[in-house]
Design a protein around this ligand. Sequence first.
Ligand code: TLP
Length: 350
Amino acid sequence: MLNGYIDLRSDTVTQPTPEMRKAMYEAELGDDVFGDDPTVNRLEELSAAKMGKEAAVFVASGTMGNLTSLLTHCGRGDEVIVGSEAHIFRYEAGGSSALGGIAQFQIPNNADGTLPLDKVEAAIRGSDQHEPRTRLIAIENTHNRCGGTVLPPHYMREVRALADRRSLQVHLDGARVFNAAVALGVDVKELTQYVDSVTFCLSKGLSAPVGSVICGSKDFIARARRIRKQLGGGMRQAGVLAAAGIVALEKMIDRLAEDHANARRLAEGLADMPGFIVDLDRVQTNILFFELAPDVKVDAEVVTQRMFEQKVKLIGPGVHFRRFRAVTHAWVDRADIDHTLLAFRNAVRN
Ligand code: TLP
């Protein structure tokens, strides 16, 4: 419950915990553009160690992390191979094309969030002067639009092998990569060992108020730092934010399993209820998608409104759609899920 509402719009709505607020208040600060902020430095070291990379750089958001990474990997006229459902392609305002002149070759994602590797291979350009130069493969784990699905380590390994064979780099949009690791029961390095760069978010399920971190080799991060500066992302006394990020990494990862259990409970409850269609196989972490069954005559916008009146916030799917997304997080507990199920039962009454 957050401000009297069960907010299932996103895990981005999470707020800093009391421990984070205390850490923010007490954070030792310096000017981070001079490399002087000890708290930012600690967050970056901790992040790099967790991801098994040489270095890290703190950025303002997941979008900025992906953009900075793409601009670091690719020059103007280079191409990134990306999924048709990828956040980078769908929801980042075309940033890498607008600001970096980077072309995006979209490959339709499989339902589980993977990219069909034969199609990836076929998309890699040759040396013909007519074509852009393929530089990078970008993958997403967990995969948001595919339902918070988990890309398993063996798939990541196959992507790496293909990239090595064709001299490409691999970037991971790991906004929720800790959700993937927790769902698999593996150390996150099992996943990140296969990529050259990863962006992960502190401000989603991990509950920090602001921030993401890019991790990679020393050389990559040095170049990314310059790009971050170009984008206006040099943040000075950013230790007030990094302090919350450190608590997020130290205290908030293991509890993601609770969010997964709550998403599962919600999905199973909806699957048992007349009026809803849910693919339970796709509910693997804290995100679930579901649809109104054809016999439900109530408009999806009306369902959203009726849920709001019962203190549950959802993103309205828009007039032409009947597909909803719900995201669980630290501010939604088991009792909230039970209330939400009751509210849904009322909301679809014709
Ligand atoms: N996703 C948000 C919205 O932008 C859709 C959400 O509510 O899920 N990568 C992935 C996989 C993401 O899901 C998001 C945020 C980002 C990157 C961008 O992160 P921010 O919002 O910090 O720029």
